[in-house]
Design a protein around this ligand. Sequence first.
Ligand code: ZN
Length: 355
Amino acid sequence: MASTADRLARVAQRLRDRGFEVHEEPGWQTRGKGPMGTIRGIVVHHTATPASARGDYPSLRIVRDGRAGLENSLSHWGLGRSGKVYLIAAEVCWHTGAAITGWGNSNCLGIEAEHPGGAAQWPAAQLVAYHALCGELRREFGLGEDRVRGHKEIAVPAGRKVDPNFDMGVFRRAVSAYLAPAPPAPYTGPTYTVAKGDTLGGIAGRFGVTVAQLVAANGIADPNQIGVGLTLTIPAKGTSGESVVRARPARNLPQTKATQRAVHVKDDGFWGDSTDRAVHLVYRATRGEFPDGIKATQRALGAKADGDWGPKSRAALRETVTELQRAWGATADGAWGPKTSEKHQQARHLNYKNW
Ligand SMILES: [Zn+2]
């Protein structure tokens, strides 16, 4: 039987494999008050450390070392504001306090997420990582959905604790969604590689499908942006393009954040419409087009938004394209060609609105 430390190390590795950042606090394997009993649950907390505390996980020291009168680690895991996961202890931690039967410190793993409490919102990247951490713990320890509880649900007397400040039903369903199996059978219909002079309408006509089907089947952001060399999946005739089922790989959190930094939107790890629009503006600028005006494009480039498309803006454009190419694994030459378009489509397919 693998030790608790071995199993927590496995969880850390699986998270890394899926693109999450994990910090192992030195000595975590033997930190705590003796070996854990059978692990039957996961208790999620927030630290209630003030938002003014600096850094990603300012609560690390107190969670690791405890405080006067509570000289022990306070939880096995920590979770920073950025979504970075901290592995702190593998032995018994003091995080439950008086609890309902079966939910004491010997049988429950604790996670203390950096958050001030109250009505403050959670960064998207932190919630995504919270779901993933609980999901991987459920997988490793064979725990069902209801074995993830909030401190506020297990503390006695009822009402003694208020953390975490989010709805636990929603949270548990999000953890289950994280664990949901990938779509079963990848679609293996014909593919077509875009050649010079092709239009989406022409390709659609050749295969007897509609442009809308092609767009849906390939997650195409902009039907006018079909790079030569891009490989399209042709959906079955008479179906919605969305019926093309492809095995969707795990989203790539660092890639999303790098993309967001390149186009100067908040790097919260969620590739939503604002990230998508900013990338689109960069692409259009490489064609000399400014669909939202020059100033909006300049903001995406991190250039001075003066509405004057001069040498400085052009230099910023080249720099931004280079950063996007690095984020997407394309050749970083600052020129947006077909290869960059293909890498862009891949990154977008993986990450766009993918929690
Ligand atoms: Zn708590």
